[in-house]
Design a protein around this ligand. Structure first.
Ligand code: AMP
Ligand code: ZN
Length: 493
């Protein structure tokens, strides 16, 4: 198979623990599934990091010319507070606390999620299916797993029989755990559970009378287990075999391990060719998470209204900060780190601006093609964005040298250079030249201030017709003048 666009990607496959040459199942097409958010609260920046990592992967694959079907689900039912299948459904609990319908919670936080990912310039996935929209598919899967002898029903609930499965399969293949160790490390059941063994997990839970989110099934009125939705939706939209399955590192066990077990038990195979796991964002040296209270929300970081950071940061600076770490490395969110990224980002954007006005020569003393391939090599090496950014800073050095005249570039090379910078900075890293828009805002302020001054002069000359004309025509284009004793200010709407 020919590498696409002459670029050969290597992906670190969590299943094998190796970087492997990426060869999609169907030449030219890529199917990618990423576990989406559980929409019971506002997403925090840790969640954003994982989705941003896969957005970058999506962007690169698309850039190389693959036809990518990217499926990222919305978990709107079935995710219990506790991995041991006890506790309340996260969404139902929030609905009870806020005294509203579970679906109002789902709607509110799905909207929030979409706003946040749009703010950080994440591209929408090709399909965004929901767990509640795929109950029938999940029931069918459970029936197959029961028929194949890997699940059992007790009192209206259905559990996956991990011990039975492990006799002929390897439960722990992804997370590199051994069932014996799991048995050793889990507490014995307290007699309250219907499970045969504590390692078994729920495929279907019978709903208590107070549980609002419930659906009819052959076993009871109830709801599906959390791991099941991803098995059902990934194979429904991407087929019995697909290329990439991604998610945060914390989902490797039990969520993804259970997905593999469910697929093998139902259909005899793990459909996933490359398992990818994005590493965690930390705050104060430990993992950012809602449940521990150690988190910061995007809105708090963007507005500067928080006790942790010294100032507000723009979405592109935050995105740049995240892209400066490899997706498989842990990243600590700190003020010092963000300040450094902001400085670097501004340097890069200044150079991008300067690139437009560079003088060309008859010869090039800078090898643009070699530099461009170095950028591709970084991305080909398991999406190594920090190395890509190091190459972009090399480009900044060259741009400054061309500006000063110590390095030369031909017109043709400059065109290649401009296109490549555009591709890597905006298309692949997903940054926006916010400096440009700040500059735009400054220019607008200057122009309006001038009009305010002219209006004051008109009024001083008792030319009220002109003064009103300035006010009214500004209002027509959405700029309101506010007169007060201190003077005139303006606002835009
Ligand atoms: P959840 O809404 O809890 O299901 O999480 C949504 C996604 O965010 C999952 O892929 C998690 O692995 C990921 N995630 C949760 N916490 C963090 C974190 N601190 N850093 C990076 N990703 C995270
Ligand atoms: Zn999932």
């Amino acid at each position: 198979m020919q590498p696409y666009n002459n670029q050969q990607i290597k992906i670190y496959n969590s299943l094998t623990g190796k970087k492997e040459i990426f060869e999609p199942i169907n030449n030219g097409y890529v199917g990618m599934y990423v576990c989406g958010p559980t929409v019971y609260s506002n997403v925090h920046l840790g969640n954003v990091r994982t989705f941003m990592s896969f957005d970058m992967v999506f962007r690169y694959l698309k850039h190389l010319g693959y036809k990518v079907r990217y499926v990222r689900n919305i978990t709107d039912a079935g995710h219990l507070e506790n991995d041991a299948d006890v506790g309340e459904d996260k969404i139902t609990k929030k609905a009870r606390l806020e005294e509203i319908e579970p679906m109002e919670i789902v709607q509110r936080y799905t909207v929030d999620f979409h706003n946040v990912v749009a703010t950080f310039n994440l591209l929408p996935p090709s399909i965004e299916p929901t767990a509640t929209g795929h109950i029938i598919e999940q029931i069918e899967l459970i029936s197959s797993i029961i028929d194949n002898g890997f699940a059992y029903e007790v009192n209206g609930s259905v559990y996956f029989d991990v011990h039975k499965y492990n006799e002929t399969n390897d439960y722990g293949i992804l997370s590199k755990r051994k069932l014996e160790d799991l048995i050793h490390n889990t507490r014995a059941l307290d007699g309250q559970s219907d499970k045969k063994n504590p390692q078994d997990f729920a495929l279907w839970k019978k709903a208590e009378p107070t549980h609002i989110m419930r659906w009819p099934s052959p076993w009871s009125d109830g709801f599906p287990g959390w791991h099941l939705e991803c098995t059902a939706m990934s194979t429904k939209y991407l087929g019995e075999q697909f290329d990439i399955h991604g998610g945060g590192m914390d989902l490797k066990f039990p969520h993804h391990e259970c997905e593999i077990a469910q697929n093998k038990a139902a259909k005899g195979q793990d459909p996933v060719k490359y398992w990818m796991h994005a590493n965690m964002l930390e705050l104060n040296g430990s993992r950012m998470s809602k449940s521990s209270g150690n988190y910061i929300n995007p809105a708090e970081l963007l507005s500067g209204k928080n006790d942790i950071m010294s100032k507000a940061y723009s979405p592109s600076v935050i995105r740049f900060f995240m892209m400066q770490a490899a997706y498989r490395s842990v990243l600590d969110l700190t003020d010092t780190g963000l300040l450094a990224s902001e400085k670097g980002f501004n340097r890069l954007m200044n150079a991008v601006d300067d690139l437009q006005n560079l003088k060309t020569s008859n010869t090039s003393s800078f090898d643009v093609k070699e530099w461009k391939q170095a950028c591709y090599n970084a991305m080909n090496d398991d999406f190594n964005t920090p190395i890509l950014i190091a190459n972009l800073f090399e480009a900044v050095t060259q741009i400054n040298a061309i500006k000063e005249g110590s390095v030369t570039i031909t017109k043709e090379d400059l065109d290649t250079f401009k296109t490549a910078i555009h591709v890597f900075v905006f298309e692949l890293l997903g940054l926006k030249n916010v400096q440009e828009s700040e500059e735009g805002t400054n220019k607008l302020s200057g122009a309006v201030e001038l009009l305010i001054k002219l209006r004051q002069e008109a009024r001083a000359n008792k030319d009220f017709a002109l003064s009103d004309k300035i006010r009214d025509e500004l209002a027509e284009v959405g700029i309101t003048l506010n007169d007060s004793r201190e003077g005139t200010t303006f606002s835009t709407n």
